[in-house]
Design a protein around this ligand. Structure first.
Ligand code: FES
Length: 238
């Protein structure tokens, strides 16, 4: 039964109204979608060690699809344990950081405004690390210089510095920390997923880079994780 059908059947009684409300809440389109459990590895296929990650810049890996880039960020401090977030499709909970210091967070690197993303040649969107962004007036932000959006990775990737029309937060990648081995896994994505729009918007470029059908294939097993400065030829600063 689809959601609309369920609501129609339930619509007659006060007793069922609460159930209906709970059902609508439970199916928020922004809740976590599980994808393959994928280990983050370096360029040689060795597992990334969480305790050795730089906090000066972000890492890039691709997940949940072979063409969809994500940031892995080691924040300078542990962020809030969790936050209630609002995407265009509904509410969801961002569950904070993981890792040995609870400071590792991960987000889609596809801008929630108009889908700018990092390529091997260039990136308008990046993590500022300790460098103070002119746009944000502080460091530690994800800036997209295409149209000047700033996202705070310590607050679930929500847009901050609101002189521009608001966008939903960056989708958050759900990562797990294997403390016994100091390794990191990506397991899902939560928030506003923009993958269909991304595949449509960059159809030609993705076809040229990956070949027929490959861009939409889910990543499985491992995913290569690279410092942003090594992944891309250059990135904008704003
Ligand atoms: S695409 Fe990023 S700000 Fe517009």
């Amino acid at each position: 039964m689809d959601r609309r059908g369920f609501i129609k059947i339930c619509g007659g009684t006060a007793a069922l109204a609460g159930l209906q409300a709970r059902y609508v809440q439970a199916v928020s389109a922004a809740e976590t979608k599980n994808f393959n459990r994928v280990k983050l590895v370096d360029g040689d296929g060795n597992p990334i060690k969480a305790s050795q990650l730089s906090s000066e810049e972000a890492y890039i890996f691709h997940y949940p699809y072979k063409s969809t880039p994500c940031f892995l960020i080691n924040l300078p401090a542990k962020p809030a344990a969790s936050m209630a977030m609002q995407a265009d499709d509904g509410e969801y909970e961002w569950k904070g950081g993981v890792g040995p210091n609870g400071s590792l967070v991960s987000y889609s690197a596809i801008c929630a405004h108009q889908l700018s993303y990092p390529t091997k040649e260039h990136s308008p969107i990046s993590y500022t690390g300790g460098t103070v962004s002119k746009l944000a007036g502080r460091g530690g932000m994800i800036t997209c210089c295409e149209h000047d959006r700033v996202y705070d990775p310590s607050q679930g990737g929500k847009m901050v510095v609101t002189s521009k029309e608001a966008t939903q937060p960056l989708a958050a990648v759900v990562i797990e920390y294997d403390g016994a081995n100091d390794e990191i896994y990506a397991v899902g994505v939560t928030g506003g997923l923009l993958y269909d729009e991304f595949f449509r918007s960059y159809k030609r470029a993705l076809l040229a880079e990956y070949g027929p059908g490959v861009a939409r294939e889910e990543v499985s097993g491992t995913t290569a994780t690279t410092l942003m400065s090594k992944f891309t030829g250059g990135f904008d600063k704003c």
